[in-house]
Design a protein. Structure first.
Length: 260
Protein backbone atom coordinates (compact mmCIF):
# COMPACT_ATOMS: atom_id res chain seq x y z
CA UNK A 1 0.00 0.00 0.00
CA UNK A 2 1.52 3.35 -1.08
CA UNK A 3 2.28 6.09 1.43
CA UNK A 4 2.36 8.76 -1.27
CA UNK A 5 -0.45 11.37 -1.38
CA UNK A 6 -3.02 11.12 -4.15
CA UNK A 7 -2.91 13.57 -7.09
CA UNK A 8 -6.35 14.80 -5.98
CA UNK A 9 -4.85 16.14 -2.73
CA UNK A 10 -2.31 18.18 -4.72
CA UNK A 11 -4.93 19.51 -7.15
CA UNK A 12 -7.34 20.47 -4.36
CA UNK A 13 -4.68 22.11 -2.16
CA UNK A 14 -5.24 25.67 -3.53
CA UNK A 15 -8.79 25.47 -2.12
CA UNK A 16 -7.40 24.42 1.28
CA UNK A 17 -4.94 27.33 1.32
CA UNK A 18 -7.60 29.73 0.07
CA UNK A 19 -9.87 28.62 2.89
CA UNK A 20 -7.14 29.54 5.40
CA UNK A 21 -6.78 33.04 3.91
CA UNK A 22 -10.51 33.67 4.09
CA UNK A 23 -10.91 32.39 7.64
CA UNK A 24 -7.93 34.32 8.99
CA UNK A 25 -8.60 37.64 7.25
CA UNK A 26 -9.07 40.06 10.15
CA UNK A 27 -10.36 42.88 7.92
CA UNK A 28 -13.20 40.97 6.27
CA UNK A 29 -13.84 38.28 8.83
CA UNK A 30 -14.42 34.56 8.20
CA UNK A 31 -16.17 33.97 4.87
CA UNK A 32 -14.89 30.53 3.99
CA UNK A 33 -18.30 29.22 2.96
CA UNK A 34 -18.97 32.00 0.46
CA UNK A 35 -18.35 30.65 -3.04
CA UNK A 36 -18.04 34.13 -4.57
CA UNK A 37 -15.56 35.24 -1.88
CA UNK A 38 -13.51 32.07 -2.37
CA UNK A 39 -13.28 32.60 -6.12
CA UNK A 40 -12.36 36.29 -5.79
CA UNK A 41 -9.67 35.61 -3.19
CA UNK A 42 -8.18 32.74 -5.20
CA UNK A 43 -8.07 34.92 -8.33
CA UNK A 44 -6.48 37.77 -6.37
CA UNK A 45 -3.79 35.45 -4.97
CA UNK A 46 -2.98 34.11 -8.44
CA UNK A 47 -2.80 37.58 -10.00
CA UNK A 48 -0.60 39.02 -7.25
CA UNK A 49 1.63 36.04 -6.40
CA UNK A 50 1.24 33.53 -9.24
CA UNK A 51 1.24 29.76 -8.80
CA UNK A 52 3.83 29.83 -5.95
CA UNK A 53 1.37 31.89 -3.90
CA UNK A 54 -1.56 29.64 -4.76
CA UNK A 55 0.37 26.53 -3.68
CA UNK A 56 2.21 28.13 -0.74
CA UNK A 57 2.54 25.62 2.09
CA UNK A 58 1.49 22.73 -0.13
CA UNK A 59 4.74 20.81 0.42
CA UNK A 60 4.19 20.90 4.20
CA UNK A 61 0.52 19.95 3.86
CA UNK A 62 1.42 16.87 1.77
CA UNK A 63 4.33 16.07 4.10
CA UNK A 64 1.89 16.03 7.01
CA UNK A 65 -0.43 13.66 5.14
CA UNK A 66 2.41 11.28 4.23
CA UNK A 67 3.98 11.38 7.71
CA UNK A 68 0.68 10.85 9.53
CA UNK A 69 -0.57 8.04 7.27
CA UNK A 70 2.82 6.28 7.28
CA UNK A 71 3.07 6.31 11.07
CA UNK A 72 -0.54 5.13 11.39
CA UNK A 73 0.14 2.11 9.20
CA UNK A 74 3.47 1.30 10.80
CA UNK A 75 1.95 1.51 14.28
CA UNK A 76 -1.11 -0.62 13.58
CA UNK A 77 -1.79 -2.93 16.50
CA UNK A 78 -1.61 -6.54 15.27
CA UNK A 79 -4.78 -8.54 15.51
CA UNK A 80 -5.76 -11.37 13.23
CA UNK A 81 -9.14 -12.89 12.63
CA UNK A 82 -8.79 -15.19 15.62
CA UNK A 83 -7.83 -12.36 17.97
CA UNK A 84 -10.59 -11.17 20.22
CA UNK A 85 -10.86 -7.43 19.75
CA UNK A 86 -12.43 -6.19 22.94
CA UNK A 87 -12.89 -2.67 24.30
CA UNK A 88 -9.28 -2.52 25.54
CA UNK A 89 -7.94 -3.28 22.05
CA UNK A 90 -10.18 -0.64 20.47
CA UNK A 91 -9.22 1.95 23.09
CA UNK A 92 -5.52 1.25 22.55
CA UNK A 93 -5.96 1.54 18.79
CA UNK A 94 -7.71 4.93 19.12
CA UNK A 95 -5.07 6.17 21.58
CA UNK A 96 -2.25 5.28 19.17
CA UNK A 97 -4.08 6.82 16.23
CA UNK A 98 -4.81 10.16 17.89
CA UNK A 99 -1.39 10.16 19.53
CA UNK A 100 0.16 10.05 16.05
CA UNK A 101 -2.15 12.86 14.93
CA UNK A 102 -0.93 14.97 17.87
CA UNK A 103 2.71 14.13 17.13
CA UNK A 104 2.38 15.23 13.49
CA UNK A 105 0.27 18.29 14.28
CA UNK A 106 3.13 20.87 14.31
CA UNK A 107 3.73 20.11 10.62
CA UNK A 108 0.04 20.80 9.89
CA UNK A 109 0.22 24.01 11.91
CA UNK A 110 3.31 25.11 9.97
CA UNK A 111 1.58 24.43 6.62
CA UNK A 112 -1.37 26.58 7.75
CA UNK A 113 0.74 29.47 9.08
CA UNK A 114 3.01 29.56 6.03
CA UNK A 115 -0.04 30.37 3.89
CA UNK A 116 -0.44 33.66 5.77
CA UNK A 117 3.25 34.65 5.54
CA UNK A 118 5.37 35.97 2.68
CA UNK A 119 8.76 35.69 4.38
CA UNK A 120 11.80 34.27 2.59
CA UNK A 121 12.93 32.44 5.72
CA UNK A 122 12.77 28.66 5.71
CA UNK A 123 9.97 26.89 7.51
CA UNK A 124 12.36 25.40 10.07
CA UNK A 125 13.69 28.88 10.89
CA UNK A 126 10.12 30.01 11.41
CA UNK A 127 9.36 27.05 13.67
CA UNK A 128 12.39 27.93 15.79
CA UNK A 129 11.28 31.56 15.98
CA UNK A 130 7.74 30.59 17.03
CA UNK A 131 9.12 28.32 19.76
CA UNK A 132 11.43 31.04 21.10
CA UNK A 133 8.69 33.68 21.10
CA UNK A 134 5.75 31.68 22.46
CA UNK A 135 7.09 28.34 23.63
CA UNK A 136 6.84 24.87 22.15
CA UNK A 137 3.17 24.49 23.15
CA UNK A 138 2.25 27.19 20.63
CA UNK A 139 2.94 24.57 17.93
CA UNK A 140 -0.09 22.64 19.20
CA UNK A 141 -2.56 25.53 19.07
CA UNK A 142 -5.89 24.26 17.73
CA UNK A 143 -5.01 20.60 18.35
CA UNK A 144 -8.11 19.86 20.46
CA UNK A 145 -10.48 21.22 17.81
CA UNK A 146 -8.62 19.30 15.09
CA UNK A 147 -8.86 15.99 16.96
CA UNK A 148 -12.50 16.63 17.80
CA UNK A 149 -13.29 17.33 14.15
CA UNK A 150 -11.56 14.11 13.09
CA UNK A 151 -13.36 12.08 15.76
CA UNK A 152 -16.79 13.44 14.82
CA UNK A 153 -16.17 12.91 11.11
CA UNK A 154 -15.00 9.32 11.57
CA UNK A 155 -17.89 8.49 13.91
CA UNK A 156 -20.46 9.88 11.46
CA UNK A 157 -18.75 8.10 8.55
CA UNK A 158 -19.00 4.79 10.42
CA UNK A 159 -22.65 5.38 11.27
CA UNK A 160 -23.50 6.39 7.71
CA UNK A 161 -21.55 3.46 6.27
CA UNK A 162 -23.36 1.00 8.54
CA UNK A 163 -26.74 2.37 7.45
CA UNK A 164 -25.81 2.18 3.75
CA UNK A 165 -24.30 -1.32 3.95
CA UNK A 166 -27.44 -2.57 5.72
CA UNK A 167 -29.59 -1.73 2.71
CA UNK A 168 -30.35 -3.78 -0.42
CA UNK A 169 -28.63 -1.48 -2.92
CA UNK A 170 -25.95 -2.86 -5.24
CA UNK A 171 -22.26 -1.96 -4.93
CA UNK A 172 -22.38 0.95 -7.41
CA UNK A 173 -25.38 2.56 -5.69
CA UNK A 174 -23.75 2.17 -2.27
CA UNK A 175 -20.65 3.91 -3.60
CA UNK A 176 -22.75 6.85 -4.80
CA UNK A 177 -24.54 7.09 -1.45
CA UNK A 178 -21.26 6.99 0.47
CA UNK A 179 -19.79 9.76 -1.70
CA UNK A 180 -22.86 11.95 -1.12
CA UNK A 181 -22.88 11.07 2.56
CA UNK A 182 -19.22 11.98 2.96
CA UNK A 183 -19.99 15.43 1.53
CA UNK A 184 -22.76 15.91 4.11
CA UNK A 185 -20.49 14.76 6.94
CA UNK A 186 -17.66 17.05 5.79
CA UNK A 187 -19.93 20.11 5.75
CA UNK A 188 -21.52 19.16 9.06
CA UNK A 189 -18.14 18.95 10.83
CA UNK A 190 -16.51 21.89 9.00
CA UNK A 191 -17.25 24.49 11.75
CA UNK A 192 -15.10 22.50 14.19
CA UNK A 193 -12.30 22.39 11.63
CA UNK A 194 -12.70 26.14 11.04
CA UNK A 195 -12.06 26.73 14.75
CA UNK A 196 -8.84 24.71 14.54
CA UNK A 197 -7.63 26.62 11.47
CA UNK A 198 -8.26 30.00 13.12
CA UNK A 199 -6.55 28.93 16.35
CA UNK A 200 -3.46 27.82 14.41
CA UNK A 201 -3.09 31.32 12.99
CA UNK A 202 -3.59 33.18 16.26
CA UNK A 203 -0.68 34.83 18.06
CA UNK A 204 -0.48 37.67 20.59
CA UNK A 205 3.00 38.79 19.44
CA UNK A 206 3.94 37.36 16.05
CA UNK A 207 3.32 39.70 13.09
CA UNK A 208 1.05 38.60 10.27
CA UNK A 209 -1.25 36.47 12.41
CA UNK A 210 -4.74 36.91 13.84
CA UNK A 211 -4.92 38.35 17.34
CA UNK A 212 -6.18 35.79 19.90
CA UNK A 213 -9.91 35.71 20.59
CA UNK A 214 -11.90 33.66 23.11
CA UNK A 215 -13.45 30.45 21.81
CA UNK A 216 -16.94 31.91 22.09
CA UNK A 217 -15.95 34.82 19.83
CA UNK A 218 -14.43 32.47 17.25
CA UNK A 219 -17.52 30.27 17.16
CA UNK A 220 -19.84 33.28 16.93
CA UNK A 221 -17.88 34.69 13.98
CA UNK A 222 -17.88 31.51 11.87
CA UNK A 223 -19.64 31.55 8.47
CA UNK A 224 -22.71 29.73 9.72
CA UNK A 225 -25.03 30.87 6.95
CA UNK A 226 -22.82 29.55 4.17
CA UNK A 227 -22.26 26.28 6.01
CA UNK A 228 -26.01 25.86 6.51
CA UNK A 229 -26.66 26.48 2.80
CA UNK A 230 -24.07 23.85 1.86
CA UNK A 231 -25.54 21.40 4.37
CA UNK A 232 -29.02 21.84 2.91
CA UNK A 233 -27.68 21.45 -0.64
CA UNK A 234 -25.67 18.27 -0.02
CA UNK A 235 -28.39 16.79 2.19
CA UNK A 236 -30.89 17.38 -0.61
CA UNK A 237 -28.58 15.65 -3.10
CA UNK A 238 -28.17 12.71 -0.71
CA UNK A 239 -31.94 12.48 -0.15
CA UNK A 240 -32.61 12.58 -3.90
CA UNK A 241 -30.13 9.76 -4.53
CA UNK A 242 -31.66 7.69 -1.73
CA UNK A 243 -35.11 8.13 -3.24
CA UNK A 244 -33.92 7.25 -6.76
CA UNK A 245 -32.20 4.10 -5.51
CA UNK A 246 -35.36 3.12 -3.59
CA UNK A 247 -37.37 3.44 -6.80
CA UNK A 248 -34.75 1.40 -8.64
CA UNK A 249 -34.93 -1.41 -6.08
CA UNK A 250 -38.72 -1.32 -6.11
CA UNK A 251 -38.88 -1.60 -9.91
CA UNK A 252 -36.38 -4.45 -9.84
CA UNK A 253 -38.44 -6.36 -7.27
CA UNK A 254 -41.63 -5.80 -9.27
CA UNK A 255 -39.92 -7.06 -12.43
CA UNK A 256 -38.74 -10.20 -10.62
CA UNK A 257 -42.25 -10.83 -9.27
CA UNK A 258 -43.81 -10.45 -12.73
CA UNK A 259 -41.32 -12.95 -14.19
CA UNK A 260 -42.32 -15.52 -11.57
Amino acid sequence: MSFLPSPLQLVSYPLVANNVRLLCDEDRGPRASSLAASFRRLRHTYQSEGLPGVFRGGHLYLLHQVLRDSLRRLAEIPGGRNTRRGPAWKAARLAVKYGIDALCYPVLLASTRVVMLKSEESTWQKLGEWCREEGIWSLFSGLCASLLSTAFEEAMDMLLGACIDHGNADAADKLVLKACGNSVVSVFTSPINYVSVIQRCQSPRLPGFVRPRPLRGIVWGLPWRGSFNQLVLFSGILGLNVRLIQWKIQLKEEAEESEE
